[in-house]
Design a protein. Structure first.
Length: 240
């Protein structure tokens, strides 16, 4: 397997003092988000990182962890889907691709789940609501969380706003694609010509068009998404 780390973002919802560096370099105590995931990254021989905002600050991390850097020069006007597609020329052919958001922290053992299961895999966290209640009110959870509908362990839809009850699982910002599926997604992305489309909307669109079939694997260990000050405080308390 090979990994594409999406790290072009700037963290606009973080407090001002945290916005002077790439989001993946947000400090949690003495370590950064990137630091917490180093053991996970070591599992991959081929590592690609998509940079953008203040990319030069990542040079040391890129060199020390053997990443191939691809710069998204248009990061301010595009989204993570566009960043992912930039990896196309540098991917190993016929090898599975793990896609990982740059602002999440998770148990390194998730690699085992990704490796032992064939096909396209999306990780769904089943303890998500317990964690989110620490981050925000129920009212805000309904605004921020998204649908995650599964039937017989196959993802049926993702990314809609929650209008009724909470889903049993929540998307973690980590998934695996076969090389063939990546190429199908790339072709469809070029067809729709929408550089601003967000990842869940794009994946949901591909599922609805039968371009993508994604199996869901449940996960119950820790998962921190670093998006605001409260999440930094919670991660620091639970990880350090």
């Amino acid at each position: 397997m090979q990994i594409v780390l999406l790290a072009a973002g700037r963290g606009t919802r973080l407090p001002k003092k945290y916005r002077n560096r790439p989001k993946c370099l947000t400090k949690i105590g003495s370590n950064t988000v990137f630091d917490f995931n180093k053991k996970f990254f070591k599992n991959f021989d081929k590592k690609i990182i998509i940079t953008g905002y203040k990319r030069k600050m990542l040079e040391k991390n890129i060199k020390e962890n053997d990443f191939k850097e691809i710069e998204n020069k248009d990061f301010r006007r595009t989204n993570m889907v566009h960043s992912l597609m930039l990896s196309n020329k540098y991917l190993k052919k016929n090898e599975d691709i793990v896609v990982c958001y740059g602002d999440v922290i998770f148990n390194k053992n998730i690699f085992v789940i990704l490796k032992k299961n064939k096909g396209n895999i999306m990780i769904g966290n089943k303890n998500w609501l317990k964690y989110w209640k620490k981050r925000m009110t129920i009212k805000n959870i309904k605004k921020d969380a998204e649908t995650f509908s599964i039937k017989k362990n196959i993802l049926k839809n993702i990314g809609y706003k929650i209008t009724n009850k909470f889903p049993k699982y929540q998307y973690m910002g980590i998934f695996k694609l076969s090389y063939k599926s990546f190429n199908l997604l790339k072709s469809y992305y070029m067809k729709i010509n929408n550089k601003k489309i967000d990842m869940t909307s794009f994946l949901n669109l591909c599922i609805s068009k039968n371009i993508l079939k994604m199996k869901v694997k449940k996960y119950s260990s820790f998962w921190h998404e670093i998006d605001n000050l409260k999440e930094i405080i919670i991660a620091k308390k639970e990880l350090i």
